[in-house]
Design a protein around this ligand. Structure first.
Ligand code: ATP
Length: 252
């Protein structure tokens, strides 16, 4: 469903991503791992239009989407979170989700300005979507809390909930487990698995190897901007190049 071919991005003399090609299959959890600075976030930025590649192509299904603006990519059904928080700090949790849910509205602006019936019922739909997602993520009791007042872990969970509320087919999550306590990690990974079971696709950047190995169908490993290895969790966990790359950073 998402496919990149020879994707390359340079920052001055540094090649942050060097001719990387791989594919994310539909209804899978795909892990993107690699030591710090290996190009994972740069990949996310290129795939979602936040950065332009120097070379290479991004395909969404049969369609080439290289260089499209972020809002255009998100309308195609690709949602992402960021390493830090991804929310409107001054809105309540519920309003954050309502805003995200409106992202998929088809009703024209004029229709909405005239307060015609279907726009009103769409607003009710957004409210219902927001409430359902809040419950699903175990934060329904916080619906009317201002996002900025949440602890860091809950803000991360909210970021994933917001991304889901946009109605994507692919969810790209940048270190969703960072800052979560062990119980929150288990809860979020359970939710991600249930999202996959509904046919959505997930691409995760994550440093928590235990979670990655347990949840992923397939893993791509980057190192210094190049694709080091790709395979099932079992294959990756015994891949000599991957083991060396990780031991190398731990030893440093
Ligand atoms: N806007 C930028 N300008 C200059 N260099 C950048 C920029 N963005 C990333 N880099 C560099 O590109 C390389 C890859 O960075 P990137 O953030 O993609 O790595 P990462 O694998 O996501 O790392 P981490 O796990 O630490 O988040 C790093 O050397 C980084 O310093």
């Amino acid at each position: 469903m998402l496919r990149v071919h020879d994707l390359t991005r340079r920052f001055g003399r540094l090649t942050a991503l060097d001719r990387v090609s791989f594919e994310v299959a539909e209804a899978t959890i795909h892990g993107l791992i690699g030591p710090n600075g290996s190009g994972k976030t740069t990949f996310f930025n290129l795939a979602t239009g936040f950065l332009q590649p120097n070379a290479g192509k991004v395909f969404w299904g049969d369609r080439e989407v290289t260089g499209l603006a972020p809002h255009h990519i998100s309308r195609l059904g690709i949602a992402r979170t960021f390493q830090n928080t991804s929310n409107f700090a001054n809105l309540t949790l519920r309003d954050n989700l309502v805003v995200a849910s409106r992202n998929r509205v088809q009703t024209s602006v004029l229709h909405r300005m005239l307060h015609l019936g279907s726009a009103r019922s769409e607003e009710a739909d957004h409210g219902r979507t927001a409430d359902a997602i809040l419950e699903r993520f175990g934060i329904g009791h916080l619906a009317h809390t201002i996002a900025a007042d949440l602890p860091g872990g809950t803000q991360k969970i909210l970021g994933v909930a917001i991304a889901l509320a946009t109605g994507p087919r692919l969810l790209m999550l940048d270190e969703p487990l960072a800052g979560l306590n062990p119980a929150e990690k288990v809860q979020l990974m359970d939710i991600l698995r249930s999202i996959r079971a509904e046919g959505l696709t997930l691409l995760l950047i994550e440093h928590d190897m235990k979670a990655i190995m347990q949840a992923c169908d397939r893993i791509t490993v980057l190192s210094y901007g190049t694709l080091l290895a790709e395979g099932s969790p079992a294959e990756i966990s015994r891949d000599p190049a991957t083991i060396k790359a990780y031991l190398g950073t731990e030893a440093a």
